[in-house]
Design a protein around this ligand. Structure first.
Ligand SMILES: Nc1ncnc2c1ncn2[C@@H]1O[C@H](COP(=O)(O)OP(=O)(O)OP(=O)(O)O)[C@@H](O)[C@H]1O
Ligand SMILES: [Mg+2]
Length: 224
């Protein structure tokens, strides 16, 4: 049976995940490939209801909830979709996701300062998501790297500066910590295969096309 390909696209807020995942899927579809796109968390779905409450501050600040408790909420949302994801891959579909386990790794590991504790958390999280919950693992995780401030500005330009923000979006320090964690992950994560895509060079944000080509240079070789 043909086995599909699973590409996760991640990065801090406003880094272009939605734009680039859509673009990648369009290109694959134009080639006649069988492609699906999914976005996590699945806001509006019952499985994401605790995430929504967390992001609204119902359980306290992001720091108060801490990395492990928050990670569980996101992992359950993926677990709820795991069989469907596996079925798509078994049918040979190319699956592209906008955020995945990688987002727990960046956003939740970023809450931890000590590098040794970060590694311990990463081991715990890989066991939770891929061991206990047995959710399918991406073949490749692409990290769109846009410095936190620039991403925050892009998201604000998109939504309007006065738009209501969740407890992650509203906190520049959280976004900077997440950025730093994301940047460590390609080096320290031995379970998932990461590729960093630099989206800003010499303080200049590359164009959507340029970033897409960088993504394509990583995905193209994986196509059979
Ligand atoms: N390379 C780029 N150059 C200019 N504008 C861009 C670029 N990439 C994305 N944008 C714009 O920046 C905004 C944020 O992009 P997008 O919504 O894809 O980011 P995101 O990572 O999905 O954000 P969020 O984390 O909030 O979901 C959008 O308005 C998008 O059109
Ligand atoms: Mg988005």
């Amino acid at each position: 049976m043909a086995k599909g390909l699973f590409i996760a696209i991640d990065g801090t807020d406003g880094s272009g995940k939605t734009v680039q995942s859509t673009r990648l899927v369009e290109r694959l579809r134009d080639m006649g490939k069988q492609v699906e796109i999914l976005s996590f968390p699945r806001y509006g779905n019952p499985s994401a209801s605790f995430i929504e409450k967390y992001l609204q501050g119902h359980y306290g600040s992001a720091e108060q909830v801490g990395p492990k408790r928050a990670s569980l909420l996101y992992a359950v949302d993926r677990y709820d979709d795991a069989d469907r994801i596996q079925a798509m891959l078994d049918q040979g579909t190319i699956l592209v996701t906008n955020r995945y386990v990688s987002a727990n790794k960046g956003h939740q590991m970023g809450k931890i300062k000590d590098p040794v504790e970060q590694r311990a958390f990463l081991d715990w999280l890989n066991e939770l998501e891929y061991g206990i919950f047995q959710i399918p693992k991406p073949d490749l995780t692409l990290l769109l790297h846009v410095p936190a401030e620039i991403g925050k500005r892009l998201a604000e330009a998109r939504d309007g500066e006065a738009s209501k923000k969740d407890i992650h979006q509203a906190d520049l320090q959280h976004l900077k910590d997440a950025e730093a964690a994301y940047l460590r992950l390609p080096e320290i994560d031995t379970v998932e295969r990461w590729e960093r895509i630099a989206c800003v060079e010499q303080d200049r944000l590359l164009s959507i096309d340029q970033i897409h080509e960088r993504i394509w240079s990583k995905v193209g070789p994986l196509l059979s």
